[in-house]
Ligand binder design. Structure first.
Ligand SMILES: NC(=O)c1ccc[n+]([C@@H]2O[C@H](COP(=O)([O-])OP(=O)(O)OC[C@H]3O[C@@H](n4cnc5c(N)ncnc54)[C@H](OP(=O)(O)O)[C@@H]3O)[C@@H](O)[C@H]2O)c1
Length: 349
């Protein structure tokens, strides 16, 4: 089974924080920001690849908000940003940034989250953190809304009580969006994942570097390697996350540990190999599942077709399956190449 997505599943989180995004009549965007009693938001890391994605999903989903603070580093403070036809001045993130903020979406790196996340929670803010800072911390829900929304049960906007919600790694999210519905049906014993990860996962500067390198290589010039240590354009390499003592890299071990936490199953066997490919946006994965109970191919397809946030693109006759270009700028995880593993007996793979 192969899965792909534009990695914005984290943004589903705030549509599930006991709020019903409201639809408005035209001109919805201006009226929406004027809503009374809607939560006040803050986006931390608003100038980054994820921060920009936060804004675009807030807008796409007509998420109700009373105000938005646009927060980034000192470097960006004072710059203007336009969102839903209004101009905002980017503010420097400081310890006072969260006064009166109901929901803060964090995506400015783990060290920023570690420092400012708990400060925001103390001020009564619900923090949705996109970094790895709190994912494995006991008591912090690690949530994919389509998979385990119950983990954040009890966290409610408007109660004046802060909370931390961690958002899993992008590879884990897209894998589990597809694997969980099948897991619920036939219980996964072992999962083997291989990833084909895009530049977007490494941030805005990595996407710029891929574009620059592509031009440079085509022009016969040596490629600029600032973000990655080696040529990225027209190449692929093992994921740039640090290598651990067991030979796996951190990205691979995130898939192992986060799956166990989200499924609340410490026995599930997971192994992963993560590769960076020169694709601008949307990660792809090959996911091989071994089940406890037999699972027929047609059953698997129909389960996936009815799973929230999943679309099946699996047209064998025309050899048409998900591609990064097809899923970019869309929220759903696309799944294709769904087939029995011929190396496993009894329809268990
Ligand atoms: N890209 C993805 O798909 C993805 C997926 C999952 C998780 N993440 C995680 O999300 C985080 C950000 O990723 P990204 O891809 O958006 O990176 P990015 O494009 O490099 O953006 C980084 C953001 O963090 C801000 N920032 C840096 N230092 C700061 C500081 N001292 N105070 C306040 N803001 C600061 C930057 O603001 P300035 O512009 O002012 O420097 C920028 O807005 C990382 O932890 C990454 O691991 C990314």
């Amino acid at each position: 089974m192969a899965t792909l997505t534009h990695s914005s599943s984290f943004t589903h989180l705030f549509t599930k924080l006991s709020l019903k995004p409201k639809k408005f009549t035209s001109p919805s965007r201006i009226r929406m920001s004027l809503q009374e009693n809607a939560p006040s938001l803050a986006v931390v890391g608003v100038t980054g690849a994820v921060g920009q994605e936060f804004l675009s999903v807030l807008s796409d989903r007509d998420f109700p908000y009373g105000s938005i603070k646009m927060l980034a580093s000192k470097r960006s403070a004072g710059k203007q940003i336009t969102f839903e036809d209004r101009n905002y001045t980017i503010e420097e993130l400081t310890e006072d940034s969260f006064d009166g903020v109901d929901i803060a979406l964090f995506s400015a790196g783990g060290s920023i989250s570690k420092h400012f996340g708990p400060l925001a929670v103390e001020k009564g803010t619900i923090v949705v953190d996109n970094s790895s800072a709190f994912r494995m911390e006991e008591g912090v829900p690690l949530v994919i809304p389509e998979v385990n929304p119950e983990a954040m049960k009890g966290i409610k906007v408007g109660m004046g009580k802060g909370a931390l919600i961690a958002n899993p790694n992008c590879s884990t999210i897209i894998c589990l969006m597809a694997a969980t519905p099948l897991h619920r049906h036939a219980k996964v014993k072992r999962m083997v994942v291989s990833t084909y990860q895009a530049a977007s996962g490494a941030g805005a500067a990595a996407m710029e570097e891929l574009e620059l390198q592509t031009r440079e290589v085509l022009e016969g010039k040596p490629p600029t390697c600032n973000i990655f240590k080696q040529q990225y354009a027209f190449n692929l390499f093992s994921h740039n996350a640090p290598i651990l003592s067991n030979g796996y890299n951190e990205e691979e071990m995130k898939l192992v540990k986060e799956t166990r936490k989200i499924w609340n199953d410490m026995d599930v066997k997971v192994t992963a190999t993560c590769i960076r490919v020169p694709v601008m946006r949307a990660h792809a994965e090959s996911v091989n599942l071994q089940f406890e109970k037999p699972l027929l191919e047609d059953t698997a397809k129909s389960i996936l077709k009815s799973s929230p946030g999943v679309v099946v693109i699996d047209d064998r006759a025309s050899n048409h399956f998900p591609t990064p270009l097809e899923v970019s700028n869309k929220d759903d995880v696309a799944v294709g190449r769904i087939r029995h593993d011929v190396s496993q007996d009894g329809y268990s793979g």
